[in-house]
Design a protein around this ligand. Structure first.
Ligand SMILES: Cc1cc2nc3c(=O)[nH]c(=O)nc-3n(C[C@H](O)[C@H](O)[C@H](O)COP(=O)(O)OP(=O)(O)OC[C@H]3O[C@@H](n4cnc5c(N)ncnc54)[C@H](O)[C@@H]3O)c2cc1C
Ligand SMILES: *[C@@H]1O[C@H](CO)[C@@H](O)[C@H](O)[C@H]1NC(C)=O
Ligand SMILES: *[C@@H]1O[C@H](CO)[C@@H](O)[C@H](O)[C@H]1NC(C)=O
Ligand SMILES: *[C@@H]1O[C@H](CO)[C@@H](O)[C@H](O)[C@H]1NC(C)=O
Ligand SMILES: *[C@@H]1O[C@H](CO)[C@@H](O)[C@H](O)[C@H]1NC(C)=O
Ligand SMILES: *[C@@H]1O[C@H](CO)[C@@H](O)[C@H](O)[C@H]1NC(C)=O
Ligand SMILES: *[C@@H]1O[C@H](CO)[C@@H](O)[C@H](O)[C@H]1NC(C)=O
Ligand SMILES: *[C@@H]1O[C@H](CO)[C@@H](O)[C@H](O)[C@H]1NC(C)=O
Ligand SMILES: *[C@@H]1O[C@H](CO)[C@@H](O)[C@H](O)[C@H]1NC(C)=O
Ligand SMILES: *[C@@H]1O[C@H](CO)[C@@H](O)[C@H](O)[C@H]1NC(C)=O
Ligand SMILES: *[C@@H]1O[C@H](CO)[C@@H](O)[C@H](O)[C@H]1NC(C)=O
Length: 535
């Protein structure tokens, strides 16, 4: 099943082949017009040409590829931007927005480039990329327990800058160090302190944005509605996020982690079953993520079996963790030597699969060895029965490719009202599922096959997950959502409701207010009332 994006690739490519001469001219004039406009908008002292790339620039390709984190979007046929703009300052962001608007270009905003379906750097219409990679300053103030974070920073850089100053503060956000702040935080931001502290968006105290008119605004000048929307509604529908200012959260000097594996023959099903009940209100300092995967059976050569991996973070020492789990979850069979004590900063390395000899500087490394990949998501509100889990293992083993990640909710997530921020999946959710498939071989055949297996698994899960609407996590971008619906109104309603539930209507109102001409848009952006056909 093709997406709207894929269906535009072929005509686009043919067009380029048959009009190479006029293309060169138009590349030049597109570039020159944009440059001229930027010059008009800027102070004469700034060397504005250093932030603008056309296809004629030698480094255009490397700048484009540097933040593509999914090889599915690196084919020669993948749509390419007319221009890439890499501003260094808020006023250059402002000039870029003004010029894109004036010259009629669609803008894709890119920070870390981790969008699972590539929406920050591909489009089915001519477009330019506003790439935030040069806006990556971070200022940690341990006394005030706050941090100023520019949108082009990565989570790894943030964690590095925090642990450089203190071992008793942290920030609740995702576990992959190369994820960008601009997309991650504006879309919710979820990680291993969710049960203690909720999401990244629950800790934002200020932001700098550039709106659709090019105005540079902060919390007090942007107004409550826009400030609400950019805390979970996704930045890309509303404004360019230049920076967030956040409250850091207290963490103990010693935290504990473990990573243990159980096969089906180790009663994996019983353990997963019990975990579902346990995480709702067990000690908020504990987070346990499960990976469910089909693997080769170590006891039965050539056969597949199921394996679950328990990965935990406990905000406390190993003695307390050991006693907690021995009391509440003795079946897990946790051993003292499974529990590793370290600082919170080191735990960021552990969660990124680095061993304890790795130095924290690796958090500053922006290189990401990408695969071809596809992700989907679901929320579970009623524990899956043992019978259901047995069927699920059978399905995983039969499909023999996709894996699942179960991320525990509960704790603090049960206490924050669903309307506080656009992120709606709070009380009542036991855990979130991420469906995950990665592969290494190029080609449409593999892609169709593997994505097909994911969709089959997702369909299989229908009886076990949330309904009406079936919930999905906005930051786990999935362009499958709503594509069977034909026109923008229906499609927008479908992904809007699945990602944002009851908050979708308010997001549409805010969008209509702050960007009535729908300048900031993408394949899954928040529509205006007008584009919904309401006014
Ligand atoms: C390997 C990997 C691990 C992940 N782990 C987690 C995790 O642990 N927890 C979690 O919650 N999520 C996780 N995610 C999902 C991640 O949060 C989202 O993909 C997020 O949107 C990525 O942000 P980005 O800036 O890197 O992406 P981009 O692709 O740059 O942007 C994503 C979206 O945000 C928009 N955007 C980006 N920057 C800005 C800006 N400055 N202003 C306005 N809009 C902007 C883009 O236009 C696009 O629509 C993971 C993703 C990957 C690939
Ligand atoms: C730049 O400014 C000049 C003089 O104000 C104007 O004539 C020209 O049209 C502007 N060009 C662009 C691309 O904005
Ligand atoms: C021009 O310079 C002034 C003074 O340094 C500054 O306030 C303003 O933001 C700059 N404008 C642009 C567009 O760079
Ligand atoms: C792109 O190419 C033009 C023309 O050669 C040049 O002036 C400009 O500096 C280049 N841009 C970058 C960012 O290198
Ligand atoms: C402006 O940038 C270009 C491209 O990087 C460089 O060649 C040129 O020397 C710079 N000019 C000034 C005045 O800094
Ligand atoms: C927000 O911007 C306004 C107007 O520029 C300014 O007066 C105010 O000090 C800013 N607020 C903060 C917290 O920086
Ligand atoms: C699995 O469960 C059974 C019965 O509940 C128990 O006897 C057995 O020891 C368990 N196996 C493991 C590996 O924990
Ligand atoms: C590092 O990890 C190894 C293997 O897990 C362990 O034996 C060792 O004690 C750890 N070292 C420190 C300093 O934690
Ligand atoms: C950064 O990470 C990449 C990919 O893991 C690796 O190949 C490279 O050596 C690392 N660079 C540094 C300086 O550590
Ligand atoms: C890429 O996929 C392989 C399996 O095909 C996996 O082992 C590896 O961890 C993946 N890399 C990333 C960055 O996801
Ligand atoms: C999609 O819309 C077109 C034009 O409105 C219509 O002809 C077609 O039947 C629709 N397809 C589906 C699957 O609804």
């Amino acid at each position: 099943m093709g997406t709207t994006i894929n269906s535009y690739l072929l005509p686009c490519c043919v067009l380029i082949l048959f009009s190479s001469i006029s293309q060169v001219l138009s590349v030049d004039s597109t570039y020159n017009n944009f440059l001229q406009c930027l010059k008009n908008q800027s102070n004469s002292s700034t060397n504005i040409s250093t932030i603008l790339y056309s296809k004629e620039n030698k480094s255009y390709n490397s700048v484009l590829q540097a933040y593509i984190r999914n090889l599915r979007f690196t084919y020669p046929t993948t749509s390419k931007p007319l221009l890439i703009i890499t501003p260094f300052t808020p006023s250059q962001v402002s000039a870029s927005v003004v010029c894109a608007r004036k010259l009629g270009h669609q803008v894709k905003i890119r920070s870390g480039g981790h969008d699972y379906d590539g929406l920050s750097y591909i489009s089915d219409h001519p477009f330019v990329i506003l790439d935030m990679q040069n806006l990556r300053h971070i200022e940690v103030d341990p006394k005030a327990a706050t941090a100023y974070i520019e949108a082009g920073s990565t989570l790894g850089e943030l964690y590095y800058r925090i642990q450089e100053k203190t071992n008793t503060l942290g920030f609740p956000a995702g576990v992959c160090p190369t994820v960008g702040v601009g997309g991650h935080v504006s879309g919710g931001g979820y990680g291993n302190m969710i049960r203690k502290y909720g999401l990244s968006v629950d800790h934002i105290i200020d932001a700098t944005v550039v709106d659709a008119q090019g105005r540079i605004l902060n919390r007090s000048t942007m107004g409550d509605d826009l400030f609400w929307a950019i805390r979970g509604g996704g930045g890309a529908s509303f404004a360019v996020v230049v920076s967030y200012t956040v409250n850091l959260v207290p963490v103990p000097e010693t935290v504990t982690v473990f990573n243990i594996k159980r096969f089906l023959t180790d009663n994996a099903t019983d353990l997963v079953y019990k975990w579902q009940f346990l995480m709702k209100d067990i000690d908020h300092n504990l987070f346990i993520r499960l990976l469910l995967q089909p693997v080769s059976d170590p006891q039965n050569k050539g056969k597949k079996t199921g394996r679950v991996t328990f990965i935990a973070l406990y905000l406390g020492d190993s003695k307390a963790l050991f006693s907690l789990l021995n009391t509440k979850f003795p079946e897990l069979g946790l051993k003292k030597q499974d529990c590793l004590e370290m600082t919170w900063g080191k735990s960021a390395l552990f969660w990124a699969n680095y061993d304890n000899k790795t130095s924290p500087e690796v958090l500053l490394n922006r290189t990401y060895l990408a695969n071809y990949s596809k992700r989907k998501s679901d929320y579970v509100q009623t524990p899956i029965t043992k019978k259901g889990l047995n069927l699920l293992w059978k399905k995983l083993i039969t499909l023999s490719k996709p894996g699942m990640v179960f991320n525990s909710y509960g704790g603090r997530m049960n206490e924050i009202p669903a309307t506080d921020t656009p992120f709606p999946h709070r009380r009542g959710n036991l855990f979130k599922i991420q469906y995950s498939t990665s592969w290494k071989d190029a080609g449409k055949l593999d892609e169709d096959k593997y994505i097909g297996l994911m969709r089959e698994l997702h369909t299989f899960m229908t009886p076990y997950v949330s309904k009406n609407p079936r919930g999905a996590y906005f930051n786990y971008r999935d362009v499958d959502i709503g594509v069977s619906h034909n026109w923008t109104y229906q499609q927008g309603q479908v992904y809007g409701k699945q990602y944002f539930k009851g908050n979708f209507d308010r997001l549409v109102k805010v969008k209509t207010l702050v960007d009535p001409t729908n300048f900031f848009r993408n394949e899954q952006s928040i529509p205006t009332l007008k584009s919904l056909g309401v006014i």
